[in-house]
Design a protein around this ligand. Structure first.
Ligand SMILES: Cc1cc2nc3c(=O)[nH]c(=O)nc-3n(C[C@H](O)[C@H](O)[C@H](O)COP(=O)(O)OP(=O)(O)OC[C@H]3O[C@@H](n4cnc5c(N)ncnc54)[C@H](O)[C@@H]3O)c2cc1C
Length: 443
């Protein structure tokens, strides 16, 4: 065996094997370790420390953490996702933006994307989504489908934190069935200029309340249910756009919002891609969105295990530490096997996707990625339930030992419903795989 340097975690199962220094086939570059160490400090300093006031207030109340994310390249990293296109790299450089931890633009990959999501989620706080959720999902279509002119117009101010953005697809009557959306965008002409006149409403929009731009799915033709009449528009906040924060079970920092469009005039130059092609553009980014939810559920599961195991090693009940009870170890064993198996599946799909183009990855890993997203939520659902139980009353107490577990307990449905609900994902995963193998051969 070659020489390996192990870092022993203080709590078993609290770190992925590669973080402990165990051999790995994917975390092979020094830049992976560099980014991980950097992101761990960033999480403690920004998401946890500065973020405490946002958790308390139930919303992001100032620009302090967002501007740190901008300055340190975190906004750019989350917007760019799994790969930095050379043209985008030039736009970022001109805007004075670089990647975190000094990672080179041409080196950034799916693995770096996983690492930064994993580390920032250690905070187990909605502040992360409050700062970065809308940006990640709202910028995706801009990066892949905007013209060069549109990219130059919008991306510099997004990367540098001057403007905030979110993804506005879901409507009160169109959630799992996106094709059902009815927000209307009617082509009009005024003083020789063409606009879309937008009317309708969007619901459950992450970061909507903080946003200056809305990457919005609209209906340019056809009726609700007709997928070919959907287009994508970048709608700036302005006359006719109103936002109202919703009260949600997990609390408020992620800024879940109702967005109303009332006779909003949007220049035709804000159409992303072609008219009628909106649904394809939305679906193009779903794979990445689902991976990021799986990354989140995986880290949150580890956080639960970490805090639950630490508690069972401290807490004495009936004259014994809880960890000395075989039944307690049995529960922990079940949680640990689920988390380690999820880790292996995540790493395997990250590796596959890294070695495929995005269209190939959507085609070949779309089904397994939907199953992974569902599975990650199911694992978290079980792990948080058992962990909270092991903490007894502490698990139900806001603040203190059970703080992260209690927060995750309120968050867990925020993993299993958005980005494709669990049952819909399980069904989609099977349908996609059936499609890949084609019709059954006759014997
Ligand atoms: C916290 C949060 C953040 C969100 N952020 C955003 C955002 O930023 N942008 C955005 O556009 N949207 C966002 N959403 C909306 C989210 O994508 C939808 O809530 C989700 O797609 C489910 O749609 P729905 O709520 O309308 O549920 P429905 O579509 O009404 O489904 C309800 C339930 O029915 C079941 N179901 C539905 N269809 C099927 C089926 N075919 N087979 C089996 N079971 C089925 C599922 O159990 C599902 O959970 C967010 C939602 C939440 C809760």
């Amino acid at each position: 065996m070659s020489q390996i340097k192990l870092t022993k975690p203080t709590v078993p199962f609290s770190e992925a094997p590669w973080i402990q220094g165990l051999p790995s086939s994917i975390f092979t570059s020094p830049s992976h370790v560099q980014l991980r160490e950097w992101a761990r400090n960033f999480t403690d300093e920004v998401i946890v420390k500065i973020g405490a006031k946002y958790v308390e207030a139930g919303r992001i109340t100032d620009d302090e953490a967002y501007q740190r994310c901008a300055k340190d390249g975190v906004l750019f990293a989350f917007a760019t996702g799994v790969h930095v296109d050379p043209k985008i790299a030039k736009i970022a450089e001109r805007a004075g933006v670089s990647l975190p931890a000094g990672i080179k633009m041409d080196e950034w990959s799916n693995i770096h994307d996983y690492i930064i999501w994993d580390e920032l989620n250690r905070a187990a706080s909605a502040v992360m989504m409050g700062l970065l959720g809308g940006l990640t999902y709202g910028t995706g279509p801009l990066m892949h489908f905007c013209s060069d002119e549109q990219k130059e117009r919008w991306l510099p101010e997004i990367f540098s934190g001057k403007k905030r953005i979110c993804l506005a697809i879901t409507e009160p009557l169109a959630g799992s069935n996106v094709a059902n959306l009815s927000t209307e965008a009617k082509l009009i002409e005024e003083n020789g200029k063409k606009y879309y006149l937008v009317n309708g409403s969007k619901k459950w929009i992450t970061n909507g309340i903080y946003s200056d731009y809305f990457t919005t799915a609209v209906r340019t033709s056809g009726k609700a249910g007709d997928s070919s009449g959907i287009s994508l528009l970048l709608i700036p906040k302005g006359p006719g756009v109103t936002t109202k924060q919703m009260k949600m079970l997990p609390g408020g920092a992620s800024g879940t919002t109702i967005v109303e469009f009332d006779d909003v005039k949007v220049p035709v130059e804000n159409l992303i891609g072609k008219e009628g092609d909106g649904l394809r553009l939305v679906f193009f980014n779903f794979n990445h969105e689902r991976m990021t939810i799986a990354f989140t559920a995986l880290r949150l599961s580890r956080v639960c295990l970490e805090d639950a195991i630490a508690h069972t090693r401290r807490r004495e009940v009936f004259g014994k530490k809880l960890i000395e009870q075989p039944v307690v170890r049995y529960k922990i064993g079940h949680m640990a096997r689920e988390v380690e198996a999820l880790q292996a599946w995540v790493e395997s799909i990250v590796f596959q996707q890294m070695n495929l183009t995005i269209p190939q990855s959507n085609l070949l890993t779309g089904g397994t990625c939907a199953l992974l997203k569902a599975h990650a939520g199911i694992v978290l659902d079980h792990v948080v339930r058992e962990s909270l139980h092991l903490l007894g009353g502490m698990g139900l107490t806001v603040g203190g030992t059970g703080e992260r577990i209690e927060r995750i307990y309120r968050e867990v449905k925020g993993m299993t419903i958005p980005g494709g609900s669990e049952d819909v994902m399980l069904d989609l995963g099977v349908r996609q795989q059936l499609k890949l193998v084609g019709p059954q051969s006759k014997f």
